[in-house]
Design a protein around this ligand. Sequence first.
Ligand code: BG6
Ligand code: MG
Length: 218
Amino acid sequence: MAKKGFIFDLDGVIVDTAGFHYLAWKSLANELGFEFTEEQNEQFKGVSRVRSLDILLEIGGINATQDQKDKWLVSKNEEYLSYIEKMTDADILPGVLKTLNYLKAKNIPMALGSASKNAQPILKRVGLFDMFDTIVDGNHVQKAKPDPEVFTIGADELGVSYSDAIVFEDSIAGIQAANSVDMVSIGIGDPGILHEADHNFRDFTEINSTFLDQLINA
Ligand code: BG6
Ligand code: MG
């Protein structure tokens, strides 16, 4: 039987932090004099902090110096961290713990693969820091999703081949990243948006042990 490894994105897969990112970007947009909608926030999922600011400034039609951008990146992150500080294990998305515990009990290697530079403090806050065999986050990668670097490093560290890696993602960029190196991609969220995924679920409550066993034994 081939050895499989499971790789989990963080924001929008394990915890519902997309709303916090949205609130912090919206504050900055409002401060700069324009509106930023939840619909526009969809494009920010899976995208690095630096690239997200560039997209926000494009939306607002704002040209900025690098100094201004650096200042805004700090103030956005400070507001985001103020939301993170209040998180508890109650912020783990429904069904996630059941899946993680099931895989852990079977000694299946598990990695976190996230674009966020805040992944480690978030995992500590919600009590999942020790769940993963390796944590690959925005501090470890040079290239952002849809580049697969975050997932290939994760698979390498788990010691599994890319085609034996199974990736859970809520962003289009993340699904494309997994597909580009022939990993099994599982979309968590709207199947219409994530239609490029190999499998789709609205959330982890729809994922049962039979499906997980099929992935493990494929
Ligand atoms: C991704 C989120 O997981 O991390 C993006 O989907 C976010 O919205 C990115 O911009 C970077 O996160 P952070 O915490 O480093 O600003
Ligand atoms: Mg995500």
